[in-house]
Ligand binder design. Structure first.
Ligand SMILES: [Zn+2]
Length: 301
């Protein structure tokens, strides 16, 4: 499936509106820590939060952002600056290029924000959680970007260091926050102790964490395997009711209710071929776009 086809389906459905998280007023409710009233937009449409986690290649993000902009779609981009993305931020020249691409994504009308792996960084190096949030935020904001939210990276290094081979996962980056995780718990991994939650979103000027915003239905292209669907407010890392191989067209056309809220995670790195790129970055090295990873999304709908 081409990414252009995904955009075409989204824009052809009259009662679906892609929205940015930064345009939403969140409040805590029994349903979830960051609830909102989907009727408040006054357009009688279902809300689609199109979310992109940028684990490898900020330039692939920019190409995806251009395609969406050509369809009039506004999406939400979350940039990881450590772990699998460190290559782009560890040297001033590369950092400048990456930040320039991110600024272009924002200029196209999309939201740009933070994808974080503070727990992986702490377990691997001992770096305090707050520094792993503050440093990239400052870098992005100093470049003139407006950052209001974040989303956790499902870091494979956290799973490896914590010895977690199966779902549900017990240690995830989104457990960092006081606002969303009331119960304190201490973990021990890689000879380090970690008590969570430890930080407040508010202290960093962050309004939301995508995993805790209202989502009546959730879908993802994780692993390049289309598509995986979840229902309700549970987190994808906590339960295993994922169903690969479903139809995107059927999913988006069949509402679970009026004014429903959908969150859809798409990683640009799986779609580089349909974004017209010959090469892309994967773990900091250049791969040809005929690489096996980039073929998976074309096998299924
Ligand atoms: Zn990620």
């Amino acid at each position: 499936m081409d990414y252009q086809k995904v955009c075409e389906i989204i824009t052809k459905i009259p009662d679906v509106m892609p929205r940015r998280f930064k345009d939403v007023q969140f409040h805590k409710s029994e349903r979830c820590p960051m609830d909102f009233d989907p009727c408040s937009f006054g357009d009688d449409k279902r809300t689609l939060f199109l979310r992109h986690d940028i684990d490898h290649d900020p330039f692939a993000a920019l190409e995806m952002a251009k395609v969406e902009a050509s369809f009039g779609i506004k999406a939400n981009y979350y940039f990881l600056t450590n772990d699998t993305s460190i290559f782009h931020y560890e040297n001033p020249d590369r950092r400048e290029k990456a930040l320039t691409a991110i600024a272009e994504v924002e200029a196209l009308g999309h939201e740009v924000a933070l994808h974080y792996d503070c727990i992986g960084e702490y377990l691997a190096t001992g770096k305090p959680l707050a520094e792993s949030i503050e440093e990239p935020l400052q870098m992005l904001r100093d470049f003139g970007l407006s950052i209001e939210g974040c989303v956790a990276h499902g870091a494979s290094r956290v799973r490896i260091l914590a010895g977690e081979e199966t779902f549900p996962l017990h240690l995830c980056n989104y457990q960092t926050w006081n606002e969303t995780n009331p119960d304190s718990k201490t973990f021990h991994a890689n000879d380090r102790d970690l008590t969570l939650p430890g930080l407040s979103l508010d202290d960093f000027g962050l309004k939301y964490e995508c995993y805790f915003t209202r989502k009546d239905r959730y879908m993802s292209d994780s692993g390049g395997l289309l598509w995986r669907f979840w229902e309700g407010q549970e987190q994808p890392f906590e339960q295993i009711r994922e169903v690969p191989g479903g139809s995107f067209n059927d999913w988006i056309q069949s509402p679970s209710g009026d004014f429903e809220v959908m969150q859809m995670l798409v990683h640009p790195v799986w779609w580089v071929k349909s974004l017209g790129m010959d090469e892309f970055y994967y773990y900091g090295t250049v791969k040809d776009s005929s690489h096996e990873y980039t073929q998976r999304v074309y096998r299924t709908w």
